[in-house]
Design a binder for this molecule. Structure first.
Ligand code: GLP
Length: 260
């Protein structure tokens, strides 16, 4: 735990840099870095960019794979995670992989209730499921994730794995629960456009990463961190499953670590 968000973010950036620098790439295997979006990691991305500028780190041998993406937002949408990554992490597109949540049918049809809309949503779902299976295959092809950096939702979700998610789940289409929808709606001007679904690495996919870092900042994460770390492993706090993993570091500022 660290006194300030700045110190906690620096600790995470240092850990990422030390792991990448210690990695000896081979012709066939690059360092595979799993990355998050959200308000929490933004300072870490800034520090990584500063260190890159100072030649303390290079991303030449890094391939990034993002944790999740909304369903229904084109990559150019300001709130899509594609757009977020473009804004926050400067790595060539050929070294970046993000789940394609792009709408296949217009979003208003997805939320409609008439039978033809339902069947279009079903065909969209099938297409998204194929993308998710391809993403799993991609991660396997890359040799697995070396280091997965994540935030945590106030309800204890990781990626978009909401309470109740199976610990064996793989990358798939998920429905956002109400609390997460509300929390993320703050980023959207028009609430009617806030996505209801997302594509997310599953808990099983996350657990397969060799090493995991979770960063939590602010008092609204205190209860989630307490439940993830202090309570037993349980499905109502998806992050608690990380207790099963051999190499996880939780990094928190003092507010996020204040749960009793
Ligand atoms: C979203 C993302 C999560 C992220 C969480 C917390 O739901 N899918 O990956 O950890 O929000 O976001 P924030 O860092 O903005 O609190």
């Amino acid at each position: 735990t660290f006194s300030t968000p700045e110190e906690a973010s620096e600790a995470v950036a240092n850990l990422i840099i030390s792991r990448i620098n210690a990695f000896g790439p081979t012709q066939h295997h690059k360092f595979v870095l799993g990355l998050p979006t959200g308000g929490t990691p933004t300072r870490v991305y800034e520090i990584l960019a500063e260190r890159c500028e100072a030649s303390e780190i290079s991303f030449e041998h890094v391939i990034s794979v993002n944790l999740d993406e909304y369903v229904g937002l084109p990559p150019t949408h300001e709130q899509s995670y594609h757009h977020f990554m473009e804004e926050h992490f400067d790595i060539p597109p050929s070294q970046t992989h993000i789940l394609p949540g792009v709408p296949i049918h217009p979003i208003q049809i997805i939320t409609g209730t008439d039978p033809s809309a339902a069947s279009e949503w079903e065909s969209d779902l099938k297409a998204h499921q194929v993308s998710c299976a391809a993403y799993e295959a991609l991660i396997t092809y890359l040799g697995g994730i070396n280091l997965l950096f994540m935030g945590i939702g106030a309800n204890g979700h990781i990626g978009f794995n909401e309470p109740g998610s199976s610990f064996e789940s793989r990358t798939r289409v998920v429905a956002l629960n109400e609390g997460t929808w509300e929390a993320n709606a703050r980023f959207f001007e028009d609430k009617s456009r806030v996505p209801t679904h997302a594509l997310s690495m599953g808990l099983g996919t996350i657990l397969d990463a060799q090493e995991i870092i979770v960063l939590a900042l602010g008092s609204n994460k205190a209860e989630a961190i307490r439940r993830a770390v202090e309570d037993g492993i349980n499905h109502m706090t998806p992050a608690s499953v990380l207790q099963q993993h051999e190499r996880v570091t939780f990094v928190a500022d003092s507010s996020a670590a204040s749960g009793r």
